[in-house]
Ligand binder design. Structure first.
Ligand code: CU
Length: 418
C-alpha cells in the first residue's frame, strides 16, 4: 500500500522501466524452436519477424495459459481469418528471410493498449497459405507449438534482438515502443499463469516441471501466488522472483533481465518493505514431496498503474535467496506470465497439500533447528525437525514411517523378553 501511494504521487518514476520495449514469443517445443519478435516501426505499424525456418501461420488465442485447449472459438477476433481484419491472425511466415510472409506490417494487431496481445498464447500451424488470404481455421492443421507473448527490451544488455528485426522491419530503437498488457477494466480482476521451462543451468537430471498461478483479489487489492515444482534439488530451498522481461531466448535464463522493479528499489526478502516488485522470497522443498510455494502480496496489482506483472518473466534459482544479491545462484527455470481470462483457473491447477502452512514472508530459513517456527512446514509436524541434517521440514509421511519402525522394534524386544 505504501508503495502504491508513493507511486500515485510520483507516477512518472513508477511506470515500470523505460517504454522502449517490444514484445516477443519464444517457442520452446521439440517440434519448434524460434522466436517471433513484434515491435512498432517508424510508421507506427506493428512489424513481425520470425527466427525459425519453417513455413508457419501464427494465431493468437484468448488465453495466456499454455495448457488451455485451443480451437476456432478461442481465436482472438473474428472468423474467418482475414489479414488485417482478425486481431489474432498474425500472418504467414516462411522463416527469417525477408519475404512478404516473413516480414510484414500488420494493422489489426497491437502490443499495447486495447487488444494488446501481450500475455496471450500464440499458436503455430503448419498449413500456411502462400500469401495473406482469407482462410478457415480448420485448414491450418493441428497446432505445432505454442508460446506466451512477453515483454522485452529494444536496447538490451542480456538478450540478443536480431539485427534483421531492427533493420529489416525498420524498428527505430530510439523511438518508444511500449509493449504493455491490455487491462480489461470491465473485469473485477485478472488471474495469471506461468509455466516454467528449464534452462541449461538446470542440472538435476530429473524430469522437471513447474508452474505458478497468480490469483488477484480485487476487493482487497491482493494477489496470491501459488506454485509447485518437481525435479529440483531438495537439499536447498530456491529463490523465486518476477523478472523484468518475459523473454526466454537466452539458454541460461539471462534474457528475463533483472528483478522487476521501480526506481529506488533494492533487493530484499518480502519481510522488508523496500524491495523489488519481483522479490517474492523462496520456494520450500520437502524430503519426500514436491516443492511448494504460497505467498500473498499487495505490492503489485493487475491494474493500469504500470505495476502489472502480465508479460513479465519469472525465474527459479538454484539456491536460497537470503536477501542479498549474491545468494541465489543460477536461473534453473524461467517462464512468461500469461493471462488467465475472466478470473478463471488454469487448465492444470496448482494444488497445495492442505496440511502445509506457509510463512507470510516466504523465508524458508536454512537452519534445521528453527525451521519449524519460521518456515513453510507441515502443520502436523511442527514439533519436529529433520533428522538428516538438511533443512527441509520432515513430512507427516516420514513421521508415520519412523513411528512404525520404532513400534516394530519395541514389539520385537518385548517378544524376546517374554
Ligand atoms: Cu531471480
Amino acid at each position: 500500500m505504501i508503495k502504491q501511494i508513493i507511486c500515485l504521487i510520483l507516477l512518472s518514476i513508477c511506470l515500470v522501466n523505460a517504454a522502449n520495449e517490444i514484445a516477443l514469443c519464444s517457442f520452446k517445443s521439440v517440434n519448434l524452436t524460434g522466436t517471433l519478435y513484434m515491435g512498432y516501426n517508424a510508421a507506427s505499424k506493428l512489424s513481425l519477424y520470425f527466427t525459425g525456418s519453417q513455413k508457419l501461420t501464427f494465431i493468437v488465442h484468448n488465453t495466456g495459459d499454455l495448457n488451455a485447449p485451443l480451437s476456432s472459438s478461442t481465436v482472438m477476433g473474428s472468423s474467418p481469418l482475414t489479414c488485417g481484419g482478425t486481431s489474432g491472425y498474425l500472418g504467414n511466415f516462411a522463416g527469417s528471410t525477408l519475404t512478404l510472409s516473413a516480414n510484414t506490417d500488420v494493422n489489426a494487431q497491437v502490443i499495447a493498449g486495447q487488444k494488446s496481445i501481450v500475455g496471450y498464447v500464440v499458436a503455430a500451424y503448419p498449413n500456411a497459405p502462400s500469401e495473406c488470404a482469407t482462410i478457415s481455421y480448420a485448414s491450418l492443421g493441428d497446432v505445432i507449438a505454442t508460446c506466451v507473448v512477453g515483454i522485452s527490451d529494444l536496447s538490451p544488455t542480456e538478450t540478443s534482438i536480431p539485427q534483421d528485426f531492427i533493420n529489416g522491419v525498420e524498428i527505430d530503437v530510439s523511438l518508444p515502443n511500449g509493449a504493455q498488457p491490455y487491462i480489461d477494466t470491465t473485469q473485477s480482476g485478472q488471474n495469471a499463469y506461468c509455466q516454467f521451462f528449464e534452462t541449461q543451468k538446470y542440472t538435476d537430471n530429473q524430469n522437471f516441471s513447474g508452474s505458478a498461478f497468480f490469483s488477484y483479489n480485487s476487493a482487497y487489492g491482493t494477489t496470491t501466488i501459488t506454485a509447485t515444482f518437481r525435479g529440483i534439488d531438495r537439499l536447498s530451498s530456491h529463490g523465486l522472483h518476477i523478472h523484468t522481461y518475459g523473454d526466454l531466448t537466452n539458454v541460461n535464463g539471462l534474457s528475463v533481465g533483472g528483478h522487476w522493479s521501480v526506481s529506488g528499489n533494492v533487493h530484499a526478502l518480502p519481510s522488508t518493505a523496500n524491495r523489488h516488485l519481483g522479490d517474492i522470497g523462496n520456494v520450500c522443498t520437502y524430503l519426500d514431496l514436491d516443492a511448494y510455494y504460497k505467498f500473498t502480496t499487495s505490492y503489485f496489482t493487475f491494474g493500469e498503474n504500470g505495476l502489472n506483472p502480465i508479460g513479465r518473466g519469472m525465474a527459479l534459482h538454484r539456491s536460497r535467496d537470503d536477501g542479498t544479491t549474491t545468494s541465489f545462484g543460477d536461473r534453473i527455470a524461467t517462464c512468461v506470465i500469461g493471462i488467465v481470462p475472466n478470473q478463471g483457473t488454469p487448465a492444470y491447477p496448482v494444488t497445495i497439500p492442505s496440511r502445509l502452512t506457509f510463512d507470510p514472508n516466504a523465508i524458508c530459513v536454512k537452519s534445521s533447528t528453527t525451521e519449524s517456527s519460521t518456515t513453510t512446514t507441515p502443520t502436523t509436524s511442527s514439533a519436529s525437525s529433520s533428522t538428516t541434517g538438511t533443512y527441509e521440514p520432515v513430512s507427516p509421511a516420514s513421521l508415520v514411517q519412523l513411528s512404525i519402525f520404532f513400534y516394530t522394534i519395541i514389539v520385537i524386544v518385548l517378544i524376546v523378553l517374554v
